[in-house]
Design a protein around this ligand. Structure first.
Ligand code: ADP
Length: 302
């Protein structure tokens, strides 16, 4: 059964269309990255799954439970790191986690959960004194209570330093290995690239792409990036490269290098085209196009 099923989901706020007919299926056991620039509609989608927001149109379900009509049953199976969470200022970290365990009717050891997010030493401090990153870790520990079947995380690495972000990714991997489905949003692409089986790219409320990272690379012309240092550039050189079959983009970087995204097969043709145009190549290397490149391409082309 699908962990998440969205059918034609739209959400309109007066003049803003936050979600525009989104269709998405996330299978059980997947780690799915929900990508998009700020304002794309990511939180709105997650909030609709949690029934904090009512879709204007369409329907959403979690493990077959309709998120709006059977919200309690749907939420029972998930651990959540919501957007704009807050902590209870008078409770310690341990008390927060105890509360989460109790509300899930689970029997986890609160200290073991705090240990997983590296918060054991702060367990008995008041959450009011926690930094933003510590509060974030605490809310993650709460989300892990009761071994949820689905983890829904809204921008889980925001507020964490690079070490904290790496630890977060490690926890997501462990949870996925345990069998949990992971759905998390991010506007930071490398966070997603490292852990996701598939990604969806949301742009102005529309899901413009859903694929594996490999699949996205392929659909963007093989996703090879050729970085060329020419001896000199002539007018029209970039234009000439762009006419080579299999070339997606050709741009100048820092006046000294040309970056070309193209299919694997087109690489030699690009170099031949340069030679024919009388441009000597001082140096060239190839790179795999990053998700960053793809993302920029998807969101700029619209
Ligand atoms: P993201 O999480 O991708 O940054 P959001 O889902 O927060 O995007 O927002 C999507 C769009 O919906 C934005 O244009 C935002 O301003 C708008 N929006 C979100 N919540 C509300 C609301 N309660 N009232 C009006 N507009 C909203």
């Amino acid at each position: 059964m699908a962990a998440i099923e969205a059918t034609n989901v739209s959400k309109r706020y007066d003049t803003v269309i936050a979600l525009d007919r989104v269709n998405l299926t996330v299978e059980e056991g997947e780690t799915f990255g929900f990508l998009g620039p700020n304002g794309a509609g990511k939180s709105t989608f997650i909030n609709a799954l949690l029934d904090f927001v009512k879709p204007t149109d369409g329907s959403l379900s979690i493990f077959g439970h309709d998120c709006q009509r059977e919200g309690v049953a749907a939420r029972n199976r998930i651990g959540v790191l919501p957007e704009g969470y807050s902590v209870f200022e008078r409770l310690t970290g341990r008390q927060h986690v105890e509360y989460a365990i109790e509300s899930k009717d689970a029997d986890d050891d609160p200290i073991a959960l705090l240990d997983r997010v590296n918060m054991r030493d702060a367990a008995d401090r008041n959450a009011a004194d926690y930094s933003k990153g510590m509060a974030q870790r605490l809310v993650l520990a709460m989300a892990l209570a009761g071994e949820p079947d689905l983890l829904l995380l809204d921008e889980p690495t925001t507020g964490l330093d690079p070490n904290g972000a790496a630890e977060m990714r490690q926890i997501l991997k462990e949870e996925n290995e345990r069998g949990a489905t992971i759905f998390f949003s991010s506007h930071i692409l490398e966070q997603v690239e490292a852990v996701c089986d598939r990604v969806g790219i949301l742009q102005a409320g529309e899901l413009v792409a859903v694929d594996t990272i490999e699949g996205l690379r392929e659909s963007l012309g093989g996703g090879t990036k050729l970085v060329i240092t020419p001896s000199q550039l002539q007018n029209g050189t970039l234009q000439a490269i762009r006419t080579v079959e299999g070339v997606e983009t050709a741009v100048m970087r820092e006046d000294t290098t040309i970056e070309v995204t193209c299919t694997n097969d087109a690489k030699m043709d690009v170099l031949v085209e340069l030679r024919d145009a009388g441009v000597d190549v001082v140096n060239f290397r190839t790179e795999e196009a990053s998700l960053e490149d793809m993302f920029v391409e998807y969101t700029n082309n619209r």
